[in-house]
Write a protein that binds this ligand. Structure first.
Ligand SMILES: *[C@@H]1O[C@H](CO)[C@@H](O)[C@H](O)[C@H]1NC(C)=O
Ligand SMILES: *[C@@H]1O[C@H](CO)[C@@H](O)[C@H](O)[C@H]1NC(C)=O
Ligand SMILES: *[C@@H]1O[C@H](CO)[C@@H](O)[C@H](O)[C@H]1NC(C)=O
Ligand SMILES: *[C@@H]1O[C@H](CO)[C@@H](O)[C@H](O)[C@H]1NC(C)=O
Length: 368
């Protein structure tokens, strides 16, 4: 899958807990073939090899009902707006109570989809989203007029969602995968993120923030049990990133980043809790931002077996909230070097507590 949009390529947010988000096996990087470089700022590619066809065995019958977007009117020609067809297929899938209802995006077709929210709650305990073809975002910025560009394809309030497939998602991209405010039990495995090259401030793997809560009178976050494994970042702005609102409350805990490889990444490892500027929110919140002693508590975050090159001098940046410290941070076997040979790189910690073990380059700045 290729991801990209002006905001999040794929946004997962919900008041309900997401049980399973995709499992990607034997993925490989496939460079974007688009000639319009404006379209694709970030690319994430997940190639899922679907080893098992979903067939019901004789006595343990799990009936799979398929909802092909083409059957709901999608043209798949890359230019017709297929948003409504996707929504119809989603609605039918979501309303199916038995088995594992599955949305099918068929192969060898390209579906143009505007910013769309696939909402729950759904009747089924598990829903599969099988992406075999391509989904593209509108190319011209004017098409985005009046639409929320910060979320292109969003799943909200859906539990038991499993996104798989060998297809691709192309857009105008910021984050490869972003995780919303009330989310838990997510596994992100075998992903390629980037290259994001000449586009500044693009591409990250993981962003957590309570953006959905803004204007609803709260900024509470509850994110836990996030496992990110085997991801290659190529020339992206950020790598393993946790970003929360300065005015947020709640927690982000039990996050593991493992086996990550960075190639010329600006901020390979970053926690940014001093974040307060999106969609004019900062203006509204300025007074609160500056005065209120709030902050999301980040704890139990493990970085294990991370290596590669940093494009900036601060390769590890754990910039935690001034009022609520990060605790239980673990750095294990981290080897980062500068893109420029001989250039020294450093780590920065603000209010970040935890332990380091194994080789840590640059040196750990965590305090006990
Ligand atoms: C997701 O769906 C795929 C394809 O059906 C399947 O192989 C995989 O095991 C599922 N993952 C989870 C976590 O259920
Ligand atoms: C990442 O790159 C390494 C080689 O540098 C490769 O072995 C691994 O399979 C790649 N991971 C993915 C998810 O493609
Ligand atoms: C830290 O998070 C991991 C992964 O979610 C979990 O298995 C472990 O129990 C947590 N440890 C503590 C002390 O909370
Ligand atoms: C940490 O956050 C503060 C507040 O936004 C910012 O001024 C500072 O530059 C950040 N430090 C680093 C090293 O990014």
């Amino acid at each position: 899958m290729d991801f990209g949009s002006d905001g999040e390529g794929l946004s997962l947010a919900g008041r309900y807990f997401l049980d399973e988000i995709k499992e990607c096996k034997n993925c490989a990087f496939v460079p974007s073939s688009s000639s319009n470089t404006m379209d694709i700022f970030a690319i994430i590619v997940l190639i899922f090899v679907l080893v098992s066809s979903i067939s019901a065995s004789s006595n343990a019958a799990v009936v799979t009902e398929n909802f092909n977007v083409v059957d709901y009117g999608a043209a798949g020609d890359g230019t017709t707006d297929d948003s409504q067809a996707f929504l119809k297929a989603w609605k039918a899938t979501c309303n199916t109570a038995t088995g594992i209802p599955t949305v099918i995006i068929p192969e060898r077709k390209t579906f143009l989809v505007n910013p769309t929210v696939f909402s729950g709650s759904c009747k089924a305990r598990r829903i599969d989203f099988l992406l075999l073809g391509s989904i593209v975002a509108p190319t011209s910025p004017s098409t985005w007029k009046g639409l929320d560009p910060s979320q292109w394809l969003a799943f909200s309030g859906v539990s038991g969602l499993n996104i798989t497939g060998s297809g691709r998602i192309d857009g105008r991209g910021d984050d490869c995968v972003s995780i919303g405010d009330y989310t838990s039990d997510i596994k992100i495995d075998h992903v390629n993120c980037g290259p994001g090259h000449d586009i500044p401030d693009r591409s990250t793997l993981l962003v957590i923030y309570s953006i959905g809560s803004l204007g609803r009178g709260g900024n509470s976050v509850q994110v836990e049990k996030i496992y990110v494994n085997n991801v290659n970042f190529t020339r992206t702005t950020n790598g393993a990133r946790i970003k929360t609102w300065q005015v947020g409350t709640g927690f982000v805990r039990g996050v593991t980043f493992e086996n990550l490889k960075f190639t010329e990444v600006e901020n390979p490892i970053i926690i940014d809790q001093n974040y307060c500027s999106v969609r004019g929110a900062c203006k509204e919140l300025k007074i609160v931002c500056l005065s209120k002693q709030t902050g999301v508590h980040i704890s139990n975050v493990t970085y294990n077996e991370l290596f590669g090159t940093s494009n900036t001098d601060v390769a590890i940046n754990l910039n935690c909230s001034r009022s609520v410290a990060c605790t239980g941070i673990k750095l294990q076997s981290i080897q980062l070097t500068s893109v420029k040979s001989g250039q020294k790189i450093t780590s920065n910690c603000n209010n970040a507590h935890g332990i380091a073990s194994g080789v840590i380059k640059p040196n750990s700045c965590l305090s006990k």
